[in-house]
Design a protein around this ligand. Structure first.
Ligand SMILES: [Zn+2]
Length: 466
């Protein structure tokens, strides 16, 4: 079902909406207060006053039912509409991303033959890019999306409606928001009028379908709603204020769900620049913040070659990894550079730039304030043997390097600067430079086959300073 399936489908595809707008969903305020659709009036039974239509089959309003409508703040103001009671009940009870808003316009369930006599199919699409659904009765529009737009995945016919007014029907109005990257549908004439008159976030696109104004009831949605997840969780502000990484992930439903939400634009509340959180992203676009930051507590691991420890709460993970690489028979490693202060980094940067020039020098050394080493979550390691330890430059292709490439994620560390990723990370390959992001996220990173933190979180490539 959409909301549940959707949470694991996120990924960035390129291109345009059906309307040629390339906006990415922004953070969210509800664009409108939900108002119930105009009460089903005691409509005259399908009028026979239109002689032109007399020869065509008339839809039977008695078998129509109100559609269930959901809204999601976390999905950036998306709405979801379904006539499937079981699906609606499941979303309400089990998917904390969606809020049930009530029923809206009337549609017909599909039958084994397609749509009931006199009605026509409504095609449903899902866009991982826009994290929203789109519904249309226009078969050529649907065909264009299916054939020509990689942003939209066809989900088939999910209900049936009237493509033309038929007796006493209500128009279902369609809106598009380039700000939110969403469509919205309503049969409530005053809600539609409100949006058109007062809300510049939404563009009116016309009548999407026509709906009868009377007919059968939909089975009610019952029971307590699922607890709100992610940024919608009432516990989230406190977890963020406390820098409680594990709790933040748990409120999303786990590390993978949080990653999906960040990459999918549904986690605006989660800071990626807070150096107290293990997933902080520092690159050539994103300085350490504040720029003179010093970690609150540093510890030098055993068999470290130089001073400069690691953040105290991750030293244990480093030492376990160090012990296990030796235990595996691959040989031992040592930490040659962990935490580096702003001023230490300034000296390293100056010496590399003096030696190689700015362009080459900055592919090796970060500017002060732009190094992961300053946050205490980066470890440059070297291979050691009978004769002592090598340098970082002799580390590639050692047994230790191969072991870490395959196993460091088990201890919460990723190889931050891989070969082939210089245009994303801005750095030449550095197989010796490990970055701690925590075991939960590192497993998601490994399992997903990611090769840069930028790609992992759906951030732009950062090849150069701005
Ligand atoms: Zn390094």
């Amino acid at each position: 079902m959409c909301g549940l399936v959707v949470a694991i489908l996120l990924g960035g595809l390129a291109a345009v909406t059906p309307h040629g707008v390339t906006a990415v969903p922004a953070a969210a305020v509800t664009p409108h207060a939900f108002a119930a659709p105009a009460a089903a009036t005691t409509a005259p039974a399908a009028a026979a006053s239109d002689p032109a239509a007399a020869s065509t089959a008339r839809a039977d309003p008695d078998s129509s039912r109100p559609i269930y409508r959901f809204w999601s703040e976390g999905y950036g103001n998306a709405h979801f509409y379904t006539i499937d009671h079981a699906a609606a009940q499941e979303v309400h009870s089990a998917d904390g991303w969606w809020t049930y808003e009530g029923t809206d316009f009337r549609v017909w369930p599909t039958t084994s033959n397609g749509c009931p006599s006199g009605t026509a199919p409504v095609y449903r699409f899902w866009s991982p890019k826009f994290t929203s659904h789109f519904y249309t009765m226009n078969s050529s529009e649907a065909e264009d999306l299916r054939r020509g737009d990689a942003n939209w995945d066809a989900e088939g016919v999910r209900f049936c409606a009237l493509s033309k007014q038929q007796g006493d029907t209500a128009a279902v109005h369609r809106f598009w928001s380039s700000k939110f990257g969403k469509h919205f549908y309503t049969s409530n004439a005053s809600e539609a009028q409100q949006l058109r008159a007062n809300d510049h976030n939404w563009t009116y696109e016309g009548v999407a379908m026509h709906a009868p104004t009377s007919g059968a009831a939909s089975p009610p949605i019952t029971g307590a709603p699922a607890p709100r997840v992610g940024c919608q969780s009432p516990e989230m502000p406190a977890a963020i204020a406390a820098h409680d990484a594990r709790k933040i992930m748990r409120l999303f439903g786990g590390a993978g769900a949080m990653r999906n939400a960040i990459a999918g634009g549904r986690a605006a509340c989660v800071p990626l620049d807070d150096p107290e959180l293990p997933w902080v992203v520092v690159n050539k676009h994103r300085a350490v913040s504040p720029i003179g930051y010093v970690p609150p507590s540093l510890t030098v691991p055993s068999s470290s070659l130089v001073g400069g420890g690691l953040r105290s709460n991750v030293v244990g993970w480093y030492e376990r990894m160090q012990r296990d690489v030796a235990g595996s028979g691959a040989g031992s490693i040592a930490l040659t550079s962990g935490y580096r202060s702003y001023s230490t980094q300034a000296a390293i940067h100056r010496s590399q730039v003096d030696r190689l020039g700015v362009t080459e020098g900055e592919r090796l050394a970060a500017r002060p304030g732009y190094s992961e080493h300053q946050i205490g979550l980066a470890a440059d390691v070297v291979a050691c043997g009978g004769g002592g330890c090598g340098s970082i430059y002799s580390f590639p292709d050692t047994a230790q390097e191969r072991w870490l490439r395959e196993n460091s994620w088990r201890y919460g560390w990723i190889v931050r600067y891989e070969s082939g990723k210089t245009s994303t990370t801005g750095y030449n390959p550095e197989p010796w430079h490990l970055r701690y992001i925590g075991p939960d996220l590192a497993q998601v990173y490994h399992d997903g086959g990611y090769r840069s933190l930028e790609e992992f979180f759906g951030l732009p490539a950062a090849p150069n300073y701005r």
